[in-house]
Each structure stands twice: as C-alpha cells, then as structure tokens.
Design a binder for this molecule. Structure first.
Ligand SMILES: [Zn+2]
Ligand SMILES: [Zn+2]
Length: 270
C-alpha cells in the first residue's frame, strides 16, 4: 500500500460481533503497511428503557484498557487512536452524553444501524416497504447529523448492503433532496464522511457510499474524508482501501483526514 496510511474504521473483539483481538488486528495493520489505525468498537444506543443492554461504561473501560496495552506493545510501529462507532446516538442523548463525558476520543463515527431499535440487517425488505424504510433511514441520518456528537458519518448508504442481501437494489441518490440536506448539515457542522469498504466484500459490491454520493458530497463543498475497512477480523484490516483511495481521487479529493482529539489534519493521496 503506497498512499493510504490509516484504517479509520475497525473492530476488535471488544465489539460483540468482531472475531479478532485488538493485538492481532494491530499486527495485521503493521503487516499491511499501515502506520495508523483506529479501533472504532461499537457502542449501540437504543431508545431508553430497553432491557438486555450490552453497552455501558464498564464496556468502554475494557476498550481503553486493551487500547493502552496495545499502544504500549506497538509503540514506534503503529499509532493507535482512541475511537468509537456510536450507533444511532440520536436515540439516546443521555447515554451519548455519559459516554462523551466519561472518556475522551480522537475520532467518533456516527452511524445508523437501527431504526426503532431494530437492526437494518434484521429487517425483511419487500418491494412495498423498501421506499418507506429508506425514507425513515434518511430521517434518522438527518436527525443524527443535526444533533449528535461525532466526527464522520459512517457508511451513509448502509441500507443498500442489507437490501442487496435480500435481492433489492437501493440507491439513496433516488432520494436526492433528503440526501443533500444531510450532506449540507454535515458540511455546515464541520463533520466529515467515510468511505467504508465493507460493501466491496459483500453482495452490494460497491463501497459505502457509492461514487455518485461521494461526488455529490464533494460538489456541495465536502472536504473531510476518511477511509475505513470496517474490518471485524484480521483478514479484512485495510481491505479495499486502495480502491477507496482511487474512488476518492475520482470524486475530486486529494487529501484524507486523520484525527486527534476530534481535530482533523490532512495527508495527501495524490
Ligand atoms: Zn457500522
Ligand atoms: Zn463498524
């Protein structure tokens, strides 16, 4: 890998759905030539009052313990930033406040994984309901864009990945007005977007977002962009990042963002 130095979306086994321990993920990152990685382990928010809640502050304490251990182990080889992927933080602002107040992060991804507490991956899509689900998803994205604490929006058109699994092709560009509003809010709040390469490895066969959405973001004045593999296992660390870099160049980006304490700095990919 010549130009991409960082993977800004990865999960270690701190996340309930990931397969490889942080130490192994770090080793893979070094082997693949990265100089920086962010473990954006999941923190899923739900509407308050739901039982069986997996995510709490002790969960994050485990994350930070493991992070410090790996920072020491890989000192001089790999920079490990403090990250988190907040799932629908707009659904529980009290929890969001507690998390952001208790810990300091370099980089926060704001993602929508659930609508009304139901995971997008667990929904049954039909020709009849898919338009409504897309519009509801866009409302959540807009609400999060306006109200939540994060640095970059995660996998904007994630829904297409799950819809594709059930044989439906979804393009959020079909909801241009709603999409543009979300991107304008992101830009006006100084927030960025990621190219998430997980879609390249799955049925959607394209990155999240699509090139057309990325171009729209750019044309509206979007400048802040990170690349992330969304790896949940060592094999996927840095996967697709070179493809994503080419996509970024095609959309008109010449720099990618790195974050320290929520402040972006930029490195050239041209
Ligand atoms: Zn996600
Ligand atoms: Zn993720």
């Amino acid at each position: 890998m010549e130009h991409v130095i960082a993977d800004y979306h990865t999960h270690s086994t701190i996340s309930p759905d990931a397969k490889s321990p942080m130490e192994d993920m770090c080793r893979a990152a070094v082997e693949k030539g990265l100089s920086e990685i962010v473990f954006t382990d999941h923190f899923e928010c739900r509407a308050p009052g739901k039982a069986g809640y997996l995510f709490d502050l002790p969960y994050l304490e485990r994350y930070f313990q493991e992070l410090s251990r790996c920072q020491e182990l890989f000192d001089g080889q790999l920079v490990l930033k403090r990250g988190i992927e907040m799932g629908q933080p707009n659904m529980n602002q009290e929890m969001e406040k507690a998390v952001m107040g208790a810990f300091s992060f370099d980089y926060v991804i704001g993602s929508i994984h659930k609508l009304d507490n139901v995971d997008l991956g667990n929904m049954t899509y039909t020709a009849e309901n898919i338009g409504d689900i897309c519009r509801e998803n866009l409302r959540y994205l807009l609400d999060m864009a306006k109200n939540s604490v994060f640095d970059c929006m995660g996998h904007v058109d994630l829904i297409k990945r799950y819809a594709a699994k059930q044989g439906f092709s979804v393009d959020l560009m079909d909801y241009r007005e709603e999409l543009e509003e979300i991107l304008r809010v992101l830009i006006s709040r100084g927030k960025g977007m990621e190219i998430n390469t997980s879609g390249l490895r799955q049925e959607a066969r394209e990155a999240l977002p699509s090139l057309s959405i990325l171009k729209l973001y750019r044309s509206l004045g979007g400048e802040i962009l990170t690349l992330g593999s969304d790896a949940h296992t060592t094999a996927d660390v840095a996967a697709g990042l070179e493809d994503a870099r080419e996509m970024a160049l095609e959309a008109g980006f010449r720099h990618l963002a790195l974050y320290t304490g929520h402040q972006p700095s930029f490195y050239s990919i041209a």
